[in-house]
Structure formats: structure tokens, C-alpha cells
Design a protein around this ligand. Structure first.
Ligand code: CMP
Length: 145
């Protein structure tokens, strides 16, 4: 089933964007939208709202706002799960043991500095894509002029 997902290259891996886009294409996905941006604390907190009560939340937001990120819309068959497979396990140390060819094994450091993010479901993908690439064909006052 053809899907869309949100990929984020985190600040520790933006210099590896070329290698990462190659991994995306090698996995059979294509990049349909992309931009480099620097997240504010509020944007990062909204993006990670499901983690707001977690012990690592502040570290996570601190890290992801520490420099520019590259956000992309990826498209392809089973894009949500395929992209998460490319990323590998959340913790880059675990990734080096269990999935040494994965993006996090190659470019990440630990559980927080882990090089990339992928939406964990179709619902998350829809929400996260809307945060970074707001639809211009939807409803709302900005489209009624
Ligand atoms: P990401 O895929 O962006 O989604 C949530 C992020 O929270 C995750 O990658 C990690 O960067 C971070 N995270 C998840 N679990 C932990 C943890 N136990 N300690 C620190 N950071 C974590």
C-alpha cells in the first residue's frame, strides 16, 4: 500500500544528508518534499507531544533544537515501516549491535543523539507532515481568498 511518512534528519546527521537520501532511494522510497529548518523549543515540543511526560523529554527537545534539521516527506510502498527499518533501533548503540547497516548505527551516537526520526504510524505521519508541510488545498480561512 502506497504511504507517506515524515522523515527528520536530526542535527547530528545533517552533514550526512547525501548518504541518507541514497539510503532512502535504495530502500525503494522517494523524497516528495524537503526542507532544512531550525526548530524552536515550541515547535519541537509540539512535534514530540506524545513524549511530554517522559524523563528524556527535555534532553530530546534540547538536542533537536541544537542545530538545523532536514525534514522530508517520503513516499512509497509501506513507507512508514520501511523508513523505520532504514533508521534501525532507537538507540544507536543497540543499532550497531543489531542492525549495523542502519542509519542510526552508521550516523547516531546514543539513545538521544540518534541521527533520525520516522513517524511511527500513518496517523502520526499525517500529523507530523501537517506540522512541517501544511496542506494548501484543505479547508480554512487561508484558502478562502
Ligand atoms: P525519535 O524516533 O525521534 O522519537 C522519539 C525520540 O525520543 C527518539 O527518537 C529518541 O531520540 C528519544 N528517546 C526515546 N527513548 C529515549 C530514552 N530512553 N532516552 C533518551 N531519549 C529517548
Amino acid at each position: 500500500k502506497k504511504e507517506r511518512t515524515l522523515a527528520m534528519i536530526k542535527p547530528d546527521a545533517v552533514t550526512k544528508v547525501g548518504d541518507i537520501i541514497q539510503m532512502i532511494y535504495d530502500a525503494g522510497l522517494i523524497v516528495t518534499k524537503a526542507k532544512m529548518t531550525k526548530l524552536s523549543w515550541k515547535q519541537a515540543g509540539d512535534f514530540y507531544m506524545e513524549h511530554q511526560s517522559k524523563s528524556f523529554f527535555n534532553n530530546l527537545v534540547q538536542f533537536v533544537t541544537s542545530g538545523p534539521v532536514v525534514v522530508m516527506e517520503l513516499m512509497g510502498d509501506e513507507a512508514v515501516s520501511v523508513w523505520r527499518k532504514v533508521l534501525g533501533p532507537t538507540d544507536s548503540g543497540a543499532a550497531r549491535k543489531d542492525a549495523p547497516a542502519s542509519l542510526r548505527a552508521r550516523f547516531g551516537t546514543d539513545g538521544t543523539k540518534n541521527a533520525g526520526h520516522g513517524s511511527d504510524s500513518l496517523a502520526s505521519a499525517a500529523r507530523e507532515l501537517e506540522l512541517f508541510f501544511p496542506s494548501t488545498t484543505g479547508h480554512g480561512p487561508s484558502n478562502t481568498a
